[in-house]
Structures are given as structure tokens and as C-alpha cells.
Design a protein around this ligand. Structure first.
Ligand SMILES: Cc1cc2nc3c(=O)[nH]c(=O)nc-3n(C[C@H](O)[C@H](O)[C@H](O)COP(=O)(O)OP(=O)(O)OC[C@H]3O[C@@H](n4cnc5c(N)ncnc54)[C@H](O)[C@@H]3O)c2cc1C
Length: 314
């Protein structure tokens, strides 16, 4: 059998990312994200894709085009060839959302083993958000300045009291695992978080979105715009174009948009009725989440909403 030879390989690196290894990107008042290590680059994605597509592909597509094709068509396994390890400092309430992303490897600072981090996220008077009316999970606008100052003052008192009770318990010999139980959710924790690029982009898709809570969004924005942008710029661009800023049209959306596009508003309304986005004629018009999502898409497309008059009282 002919002996196979293998070329020596150089470790793929990204100078732009190497330049910021270990540098903390500040998030919120006292949080950060820093890159500890990484494996793979845009070229690792291309290389993995070429292994699975066969050598012929190389002549057909440029690297950038191939990465964009992969993202567009959800061919995601080549993205899993890239991994990154971050060191993050996050308030516990944002961390509780973060840790729901199960496809990462995590080691978190243990407050059973060590003293709880002596820092809690503080909210300035201008940062207290109002409950959103339309989105029950969201916020919109801010409370007025005087009330904001009052809430910030209360927050300081609460944090100080919780911390002094915690310290008193620790000093009295109470176990750390129990002494911590009344610390506020705003207390910072730290973790090492390692994830592959495919699952990281999924995390960013969900957590950079306007529907995500502001605090975790702040972290996702930094990870995406400061870190992934430097690490895998082609994959990042493709992600912005084909996932993050893309618009998904359902079959229902397409049917209705087609009717609007040919100027058949009556058909669009009847379709919306048949898909239960609008009530039947004569019935009371109520809020409907799927219809509101379609309306948002129509606005983004610069198209009119044919049933606007029917819902104007909502
Ligand atoms: C705006 C927003 C609001 C949310 N509100 C709530 C809420 O009110 N209550 C709540 O509990 N959660 C809520 N979540 C959390 C959400 O339901 C997910 O748990 C979280 O976003 C993690 O997503 P994921 O499971 O896709 O990610 P990951 O855990 O990283 O998984 C990535 C993908 O891997 C696959 N996968 C992973 N594990 C499994 C498995 N065991 N079986 C099959 N497939 C798997 C899935 O395809 C999954 O999408 C919310 C999230 C967002 C972004």
C-alpha cells in the first residue's frame, strides 16, 4: 500500500482576536466579557465544509461565498469547528437566562466554596424601565426622574442590608452555601463559558433580539459586535444578513403578501380571516399576536396593512 504523507499544519489564528485576548469588554456597571481562548477561524469553516462537499467545491466557490451559502441554507456543522472560551461577569438574573442555553460548557464561580462576589448591579435613576403594555415580557420607556432616584436609593439600601446580613452570617460561621440565600439577584457571578460558533450564533440570534431583556442583550451585543466580528468576520457578516437582520415569512405571510402585492386587499383580508388572524365579519376585533407580527413585517417592507381601518380602535 502506498504510504500516505501529511503536511505539517500551522495553528489557525486570528491576529485581530489575538490582540484582545484577555482584555475585558465592560458591560453594564460592573460586568465584563473577555476572550480566554479560541479554536478555528473563518477558514476552519470553509475547510470543514470542503471536506464534506468534496474537493470539487473549491473551484466553484470563494471562501466568503461558501460561508454565506452555509448560513443561508442552515448547513451548520462546519460552524461547530470553531469554538471560543469566554470569561464573563454577569448579574445573577441575566445569568439565569444565559444558562438556559444548554449547548455550552460552563464552569461558574462557586459561592458554596468561596465568598459571594461583593458587587451587585446598580441601576441609575434614569435606567428604571416601565412595564411594556403590548409585550407582557418586555419594557418600554422610563419612570420619571424623581421616582427613579427613589428606586435607586431603595436599591442601595437593599443591597447594603443584604450584604451586611450575609457578612454577619459568614462571620458567625454559617455555611457559605446557606449564608448566600438572601443575596439579591443583582449580585454578580463569574463563569467560564465555552461554546461553538453555531450555538453561539443561535445564542446571539435570540439574545441580541429586541425581545430579549436589556441586560442580557448588552452582553450579547458585546460578544457579537466586539468579539465574533473580529474572530470570524465572514461568518459574522453572513449571520447579520441571513439570520439577525433577516425576515422570516410563513406560508400565511406569503399568501397574504401576495394578495396585497397584486392590489387585492379584499382577498388579503379574507385570507387573514381564514387563517384566524382577523375575526369573522361582524365579530369584535381583538389583539392577535401573529397578526401583529405580520403587520410589523409589512411595515418593514414598506407595505400597507389592508385591515388597518378594521383594527383602528385597538
Ligand atoms: C425572548 C425570550 C423569552 C424567553 N422566555 C422564557 C420564559 O418565559 N420561560 C422559560 O422557561 N424560558 C424562556 N426563554 C428561554 C428559551 O425558552 C430557551 O430555553 C433559551 O432561549 C435557550 O434556547 P435553546 O434551547 O434554543 O438553546 P440551547 O439550549 O443552546 O440549544 C440550542 C439548540 O439545541 C437543540 N437542543 C438543545 N438541547 C436539546 C434537547 N434536550 N432536546 C432537543 N433539542 C435540544 C435545540 O434545537 C436548541 O434550539 C426565553 C428566551 C428568549 C430569547
Amino acid at each position: 500500500m502506498e504510504e500516505r504523507t501529511f503536511e505539517h499544519l500551522e495553528r489557525p489564528t486570528v491576529p485581530e482576536l489575538d490582540a484582545i485576548l484577555g482584555e475585558p469588554f465592560k458591560v453594564l456597571d460592573d460586568g465584563f466579557v473577555r476572550v480566554v481562548d479560541y479554536m478555528g477561524t473563518d477558514s476552519s469553516i470553509v475547510q470543514a465544509a470542503r471536506v464534506s462537499y468534496g474537493k470539487g467545491t473549491k473551484q466553484l466557490r470563494q471562501d466568503r461565498g461558501l460561508i454565506r451559502y452555509l448560513l443561508r441554507h442552515h448547513h451548520t456543522t462546519p460552524l461547530e469547528m470553531c469554538e471560543i472560551k469566554l470569561h464573563v461577569r454577569v448579574p445573577m438574573d441575566a445569568w439565569r437566562q444565559w444558562i438556559r442555553h444548554r449547548t455550552a460548557n460552563v464552569n461558574e464561580y462557586s459561592t458554596r466554596y468561596s465568598l459571594a462576589i461583593d458587587a451587585a448591579q446598580r441601576t441609575t435613576p434614569g435606567e428604571w424601565r416601565m412595564q411594556a403594555v403590548s409585550n407582557r415580557q418586555g419594557s418600554e420607556g422610563f419612570v420619571d426622574a424623581a421616582q427613579g432616584a427613589h428606586f435607586t436609593e431603595q436599591e442601595t439600601q437593599l443591597h447594603d442590608l443584604a450584604r451586611s446580613i450575609y457578612t454577619e452570617r459568614i462571620n458567625a460561621g454559617v455555611a457559605r452555601e446557606q449564608a448566600r440565600k438572601d443575596l439579591p439577584l443583582a449580585t454578580y457571578t463569574e463563569a467560564y463559558w465555552k461554546v461553538d460558533l453555531h450555538n453561539l450564533l443561535h445564542f446571539l440570534f435570540l439574545r441580541m433580539d429586541a425581545h430579549a431583556q436589556y441586560e442580557i442583550r448588552a452582553y450579547a451585543d458585546v460578544i457579537g459586535k466586539e468579539i465574533v466580528r473580529r474572530w470570524c468576520p465572514e461568518a459574522w457578516d453572513a449571520f447579520l444578513d441571513y439570520r439577525s437582520n433577516a425576515m422570516e415569512l410563513t406560508r400565511i405571510d406569503s399568501d397574504i403578501i401576495t394578495a396585497i402585492n397584486v392590489g387585492d386587499d379584499l382577498r388579503a383580508i379574507n385570507l387573514a380571516r381564514s387563517y384566524e388572524l382577523l375575526p369573522q365579519e361582524g365579530e369584535e376585533v381583538k389583539r392577535n399576536m401573529e397578526r401583529e407580527e405580520l403587520e410589523e413585517k409589512l411595515r418593514r417592507l414598506g407595505m400597507r396593512i389592508p385591515w388597518e381601518d378594521l383594527i383602528s380602535d385597538l
